[in-house]
Each structure stands twice: as structure tokens, then as C-alpha cells.
Design a protein around this ligand. Structure first.
Ligand code: ATP
Ligand code: MG
Ligand code: MG
Length: 550
């Protein structure tokens, strides 16, 4: 159970609660609304909401909307939908960093008045140059010793929109010789004459991440501000700001390793490029690592929560194999998904001794792992489809499926023997003529004879025709871009569309996004799209480990 989860961050939280350093635990998940959420975000969501759940606290959903040039309202709605789909509820605790703009501004003036912040006229390039490097101390800006009155006047005029973008910034006045570059007078505000999705044209200056984030934590009463490791070096600045401002609470920052995955990219900048340049059909293209893509592919949210749990929370970076993600999905679906029969690559079978025009109804169980899932009816008739791969005219010794003169079992039905192969003028097999044994109904022979292979099938006249989309890794190599442009590593075969698939009739009513197991083939779900001529489309969620073992 989730109560048994533990990791180094939960240990810290537990210690704080036991020592009385915090009363109620408050965490937050702080996405920037500049793209859709991906599997890396799922790890952070599971950790932040999971900690709140484990310790009877709460977790806020906070939009870190401080950069209006990159953020869009539609991303806000998509992010909310994804967090809810993953199974977490922020209740009333929905926040926007932009709601704090007035307070943040007042605190900036507070720092100026205390001589701890100043308006700098250096441009971005000069600031970078003056900042120094890891081995070289920084130099002080010539504007660093401006008086409080001049700083306040300039900062107010920045707010009023008197200056063009980039003309000035507000910087904290800390230490240009600090060994930590983040403490070398970091920028707190920049001029951006850009409208904001929520505050419109009210502001001409916007706080930086460093200034907005910790102070928003303090305003919301966050106790444990959990972020990824690249912010470890920002922690001294996080603490400096909290210590130098009259904040209502004292949050603390903790860092964990971000999720890295093979065969994909988890950077919003790159994901945006894939969408905008049409390398994928959209953010929810099932090949994308986004949560909306996972949902469309039929991945159950439990599988991603389980992934986050199994990957764990550590302080050192590691890369998780995409096949491990598939494993988690398969494990979840193996228990929960109902079974169905579908033929992806059909070969016609005519049962010569089965009465023409007759249909009988057979009973198929929905899920051998879940007796509660019940059963369904499947029609059987003289003409069927089986999988083309399940027949070989001249099979090798270990091939236990259908071949001339061979007998196999049709799942839930009868034994079937192939008597003749029908070919077209080009020599292609177009049809098999077969006989069945009526005494083997249900799949066993009264005389005790055995067959080695069991095949799935559908009744030809009852089947639903569909397109099936098979997905493979979006990138050919585990580390896209490791040698050159990551776009050059796109897998040209990441999508294969099969357009003559035949499904058992019950699949006509399947729910969009809810995966079922196509027996012996893998897990599939109905896509929201249909083909141009109205056929249903199914997505492969994940394959079976070994397609032919069962
Ligand atoms: P990207 O690099 O894709 O732009 P980001 O970190 O800028 O991601 P945010 O919207 O700021 O995206 O992220 C929200 C939260 O999710 C942050 O707390 C961030 O640390 C966390 N997060 C983002 N990517 C990962 C990841 N790969 N693994 C774990 N947590 C992540
Ligand atoms: Mg970020
Ligand atoms: Mg980002």
C-alpha cells in the first residue's frame, strides 16, 4: 500500500512531523503552462501528491505562469485534465504564481529599501560577462551602488512600462564573488512588454523563476518544496530570499533525480518542436511520452503510478528503459483488461463440413484473472478469418499452428483440420479449406487426442473491419541526439497502420481509450478517430512479451 512507500524525502517529512517542525505537510506540483505534461512530470506528481496522501497533508496544483511569452491558457486546461486523469485531486488548492504578482512586487521594493536589490542597466550579454565563471569570480556592475531612492524610482518606472524589453533588470545584491554563481546578484525581475494570459496588460515586468517560486511557496504555506536536482545550486538563493523577506512561512527545498527515459525525449522544447514540425500528429500522438498520449494509447493511470513507485525517488540520475514502462503497463493490464479476439492480418478459412448459412453462439470468458469480469458471446460460422501468420504451407518442425493436414484448436470453439490450400494466379494463398470435428466443442476431444496449437479467429460475416495502428519507439536509439541532431534519430517505422483487420463483433462497442487484450497479440484500445470511410481505429497500447508463447 502507499503507506508503506518510503524514500529519502518521505524520511525527511516523517522526521519533521515527529519533531514537530511542521504541523500539516503541504506540498505542491508547479508546472509551467508552456506545454503538455510528460512521464517525467508524472514522477513529480506522484511524489508530491503521494507525500500529501501518505502523511495526511495536502498538495497544491500551482501554475508557474511567470513567462507570458511562452505560456498559453490551453495548456492550463490540458495540465489539469492530465493530473486528474493520473488520479490526483488538488481540491480547492489551485494556485497561480501570477496571483502573487502584487505581493512579489511589494517584496521586491522591500529588498530595494533594505539595500538588497538594485536596478541594473547592463544588458543580458554584459550581465553574463560580468558574472564570471566557476573558476573566476564575478565583477560588480557599475550600477550596483545606486541609491535606494533612484532604484525605487527606476523600478516603479519599469513597472509602469516606460522602458523597452531588456533595457533594465532588478537584481538581488548578494555577492559577486560567491562560489555559487546563483548568488552573484541574480536577476529578480525583467522587462517584458507582453500581455499575460491571466493578468492581461497590467504588468510590464515579470519575476524570474527564482524570485517567484520560493515566495509563492511561502505564501501558500508549502512545507516541503520538492524539485529536481538541477535546482540544488539554487537552494542557497531560495533560502536567502526567504530569510531576507517578511514571508508568512518558512518552506524548505529538497531535490530528487529527474526521470530520464530511453528512446524518447522529455524536454518540452523538443516535444513542442515534434508537434509544430509535424513529426507526430499532435501532443496526444500515442508515440509521444506525454500523459495525453498515454491516455490515448490506452495506458491505465495505475500503470504510471506503479511506474513512479517502482522507479523510486533518489538523489542520483539514472535512465529508465522504455521497455520497463511497457512492463508496468503490461502488468497492470494483464490483471484488468478484458480479452477479445481480433485478426490483424486475415486469412479466410472455409469449414467445408459446417452447415452453410448457420451461426452458433459460443461463450468466451472475459478475463481469466478476474472471475467477476464474466463472459460474452462470440458467433461462429462456416467462414472464418484466422491470422495469416498462423498458417504455413511447409512448416518447420517446431511450428505448432495450422498447416496442410494439421489439426489445431480454435479458441472457445472446435478442432480444425486444414484439407486444402487455395491460391490465386500469382501463387498467393487466398483461402484455406478445412473440416471441423463437431465432437470437440469447447476445445477438448472426447477420444482424448491432443492438439498443440490454439488459434484465435473471427467469424467472417460477423466481424467488424477496423484499422489498427501499431506503435514502436519514436526514436531509433536509446539516447536521441547523442551524436548530432536528435531529429535524425526519429524512427521512420514508429507507426505502422494495418487497414484490413477483422474484430469480433463485441469490439464495435468498446470504450475509447480503454484497453482490452487481443488474445495472443497484445493490448489495444479504440482511438477517438475513425477512418475517412468510418471504420473504427484501434491503437496498440503495448505488445505481449512473447506474442506466440500463449
Ligand atoms: P521541461 O524541461 O520539460 O521544460 P520543466 O521542469 O521545465 O520541464 P515544469 O513545468 O517547470 O517543466 O515542471 C513542473 C515540475 O515537474 C517541476 O517541479 C519539475 O521539477 C518536474 N519535472 C519536470 N520534468 C521532470 C522529470 N523528467 N522528472 C521528474 N520531475 C520532472
Ligand atoms: Mg520548470
Ligand atoms: Mg521548462
Amino acid at each position: 500500500s502507499r503507506d508503506e512507500l518510503t524514500d529519502f524525502i518521505r524520511e525527511i517529512v516523517r522526521g519533521d512531523l515527529e519533531a514537530g517542525r511542521v504541523g500539516q505537510v503541504v506540498t505542491r506540483f508547479p508546472p509551467e503552462p508552456n506545454g503538455y505534461l510528460h512521464l517525467g512530470h508524472a514522477k513529480s506528481i506522484c511524489l508530491n501528491f503521494g507525500i500529501a496522501e501518505s502523511f495526511g497533508g495536502r498538495c497544491h496544483l500551482r501554475f508557474d505562469d511567470t513567462n507570458p511569452t511562452k505560456e498559453e491558457a490551453r495548456y492550463i486546461e490540458a495540465i489539469k485534465a492530465d493530473v486528474a486523469w493520473l488520479g490526483f485531486d488538488w481540491g480547492e488548492h489551485l494556485y497561480f504564481a501570477s496571483d502573487n504578482f502584487e505581493q512579489l512586487y511589494a517584496w521586491a521594493e522591500h529588498l530595494i529599501s533594505a539595500g538588497k536589490a538594485y536596478v541594473d542597466d547592463l544588458d543580458a550579454e554584459q550581465i553574463r560577462e560580468y558574472r564570471g565563471t566557476l573558476t573566476e569570480p564575478g565583477r560588480e556592475s557599475p550600477y550596483r551602488d545606486r541609491g535606494v531612492a533612484e532604484n525605487l524610482d527606476l523600478f516603479r518606472r519599469m513597472r509602469a512600462g516606460e522602458f523597452p524589453n531588456g533595457a533594465r533588470v532588478l537584481r538581488a545584491r548578494i555577492d559577486m564573488t560567491s562560489g555559487n554563481i546563483n548568488l552573484r546578484d541574480p536577476v529578480l525581475y525583467r522587462i517584458l512588454n507582453a500581455p499575460h494570459p491571466r493578468t492581461g496588460t497590467a504588468w510590464h515586468i515579470y519575476p524570474t523563476y527564482d524570485f517567484a517560486h520560493g515566495q509563492s511557496d511561502a505564501i501558500e504555506g508549502i512545507t516541503h518544496s520538492v524539485c529536481t536536482l538541477e535546482f540544488e545550486d539554487h537552494r542557497p538563493l531560495y533560502d536567502w530570499l526567504i530569510e531576507n523577506l517578511p514571508t508568512p512561512s518558512r518552506p524548505r527545498q529538497y531535490e530528487f533525480a529527474r526521470l530520464k527515459l530511453t528512446h524518447t525525449v522529455l524536454s518540452k522544447r523538443r516535444l513542442i518542436q515534434l508537434v509544430e514540425e509535424g513529426h507526430v500528429s499532435g501532443w496526444d500522438d500515442p508515440r509521444m511520452p506525454t500523459l495525453s498520449a498515454m491516455r490515448r494509447r490506452g495506458v491505465p493511470p495505475e500503470a504510471l503510478r506503479d511506474l513512479a513507485h517502482k522507479v523510486g525517488v533518489t538523489k542520483s540520475d539514472s535512465t529508465v528503459e522504455m521497455s520497463f514502462v511497457d512492463y508496468c503497463i503490461r502488468e497492470t493490464l494483464n490483471n484488468s483488461a478484458e480479452r477479445r479476439m481480433a485478426v490483424l492480418n486475415p486469412l479466410k478459412v472455409v469449414i467445408e463440413n459446417y452447415p452453410e448459412g448457420e451461426t452458433e453462439t459460443l461463450t468466451a470468458i472475459n478475463n481469466p484473472n478476474d472471475p467477476e469480469a464474466g463472459s460474452r458471446e462470440v458467433p461462429f460460422s462456416r467462414e472464418l478469418y484466422i491470422e495469416r501468420d498462423d498458417f504455413m504451407e511447409d512448416p518447420p518442425r517446431k511450428f505448432f499452428r495450422l498447416a496442410p493436414g494439421r489439426e489445431v484448436r480454435l479458441r472457445y470453439a472446435y478442432f480444425l483440420t486444414c484439407t486444402r490450400v487455395v491460391k490465386d494466379a500469382a501463387g498467393e494463398i487466398v483461402e484455406l479449406r478445412c473440416t471441423y470435428d463437431p465432437a470437440t466443442k469447447g476445445g477438448d476431444a472426447p477420444d482424448g487426442r491432443k492438439v498443440k496449437g490454439t488459434l484465435h479467429w473471427v467469424s467472417a460475416s460477423h466481424a467488424v473491419r477496423a484499422d489498427v495502428r501499431l506503435y514502436d519507439h519514436l526514436f531509433n536509439r536509446p539516447d536521441p541526439g547523442a551524436e548530432g541532431d536528435y531529429l535524425a534519430d526519429l524512427n521512420p517505422d514508429s507507426l505502422v497502420v494495418l487497414n484490413d483487420c477483422r474484430l469480433e463483433p463485441s469490439l464495435a462497442e468498446s470504450t475509447v481509450g480503454k484497453a482490452v487484450q487481443f488474445e495472443r497479440l497484445g493490448y489495444f484500445c479504440r482511438d477517438p478517430e475513425t477512418t475517412a470511410d468510418g471504420r473504427p481505429v484501434f491503437n496498440r497500447t503495448v505488445g505481449l512479451r512473447d506474442s506466440w508463447a500463449k
